[in-house]
Design a protein around this ligand. Structure first.
Ligand SMILES: CC(C)(COP(=O)(O)OP(=O)(O)OC[C@H]1O[C@@H](n2cnc3c(N)ncnc32)[C@H](O)[C@@H]1OP(=O)(O)O)[C@@H](O)C(=O)NCCC(=O)NCCS
Length: 368
């Protein structure tokens, strides 16, 4: 379908619905690959981190995961994909997540607006009442000019950023600011061992188990419980987040999808020796090339087990697990809510330092 005609002569760009290919080698994969390239380029620019964050092949499992329907649009100039818009629709939820990215050379021509309009129309047609968005920006962007404070009281966003203007002009409000932190590897072995020894003493009565790839059968149910809790226990401020229910079957289906990705998940759980209950977990998501960053995914300790430094024990043990399996990777990145002091304390003690920031925005649909 064509976009609006901005030149009065012929459309400067076209917008079409994205086809999700069977594999990245399928004949119809070109738009998906173009979409992934735009995403990586713009994300790298926003975060100040050169290089590919997620390849098309690595993104494909997410687009096939039936528990969150993903819909996409691409904008093209000629045959070139210059912008992308995507909508993530979690199952049984009133909220959805939109994302728009336009290559730098093609901004301020109405492409972002046209894509966003399609996303909002789609969200409404699918019965969603809240649309949300996450944007990234460099720490240096906060130094000058006016800023908008998060209602949490932690963190702010520069008012003059293109993404800030774009979202506010379309009725979004800032709900939360997050921090992307990085840990350079390898971590000093002596410091890691000392911290681990101290933590193990505080966490007496618990043991850790680490694996890579598929979830061992005996932990399937526990991982389902922990992932379900993760959806609501992490601080979400004013962001709408319906409970995302995981079952053992869903954990297995997720494992199956992940096996089609070149990336590898390393998981550590902590088990209460007295009861055999799994009290928490943490996951690192490892790309195949060592010069790309390892992404910290979930970390959670169940409520009844908090305050015993299990979060620290999990993180340190998983970093060890990473070092043993992928000794050449040089960086771990992690995103935390700016108000999440407990998690930030753990990360700062391990040696993480801020790299860039993220803002989370919300709009109630139907309101202008
Ligand atoms: C935010 C972003 C998506 C906007 O994309 P874009 O293609 O430049 O968007 P548009 O051209 O439709 O609109 C940008 C501005 O240009 C104006 N504009 C629209 N058509 C225009 C035209 N033909 N000529 C000049 N300006 C125009 C719009 O009014 C808009 O102003 P506003 O942001 O103050 O409301 C883009 O800057 C981007 O990709 N940023 C990085 C990724 C990001 O942060 N994404 C999250 C935002 S959802």
């Amino acid at each position: 379908m064509s976009s609006l005609d901005h030149t009065g002569v012929e459309p400067a760009f076209t917008i079409s619905e994205l086809t999700v290919p069977e594999t990245i080698d399928s004949p119809d994969a070109a738009d998906f690959i173009g979409m992934a390239e735009v995403r990586s380029t713009v994300e790298a620019e926003q975060r100040g981190a050169p290089g590919e964050l997620f390849t098309a092949e690595e993104m494909l499992p997410n687009w096939k995961d039936e528990s969150t329907v993903m819909l996409g649009f691409v904008a093209k100039v000629g045959a070139r994909v210059v912008a992308r818009g995507s909508l993530a629709l979690p199952a049984d939820a009133s909220e959805c997540w939109a994302s728009v990215a336009v290559l730098a050379d093609y901004r301020s021509q109405g492409i972002g607006s046209a894509l966003y309009e399609r996303l909002e129309q789609t969200a409404t047609a699918r019965g969603r009442t809240t649309i949300q968005n996450q944007t990234s920006f460099l720490a240096t962007a906060t130094v000058t000019g006016d800023s908008i404070s998060a209602p949490t009281g932690f963190g702010s966003v520069p008012a003059e950023l293109a993404s800030t203007r774009f979202l506010r002009n379309r009725g979004f409000s800032l709900e939360q600011v997050g921090r992307l932190s990085g840990l350079a590897l390898p971590v000093d072995e002596e410091a890691l061992s000392a911290l681990l020894a101290e933590t193990t003493a505080t966490a007496a009565g618990y043991r850790t188990v680490t694996w890579q790839g598929r979830t061992p059968d005996e932990w399937l149910e526990s991982i389902a419980v922990l992932r379900t809790r993760m959806s609501t226990d992490a601080p979400n401020a004013g962001i709408e987040q319906s409970e995302d229910v995981w079952t053992a079957e869903r954990v297995r289906a997720f494992d199956d999808l992940w096996e089609t990705s070149p990336r590898m998940l390393i998981t550590t759980i902590v088990v209460d020796d007295a009861t055999g209950q799994v009290a928490g977990y943490t996951e690192l998501d490892v790309p195949p090339e060592p010069d790309r960053s390892v992404e910290q995914r979930d970390t959670l300790v169940l409520r009844g087990h908090r305050g015993r430094r299990l979060g620290m024990l999990l993180k340190l043990t998983n970093i060890r697990g990473l070092r043993d399996r992928f000794p050449d990777h040089g960086l771990i990145e992690t995103m935390n809510a700016e108000e999440n002091r407990h998690m930030l304390d753990v990360n700062e003690a391990v040696g993480f330092v801020p790299l860039s920031y993220a803002a989370r925005w919300k709009k109630i649909l139907g309101r202008r």
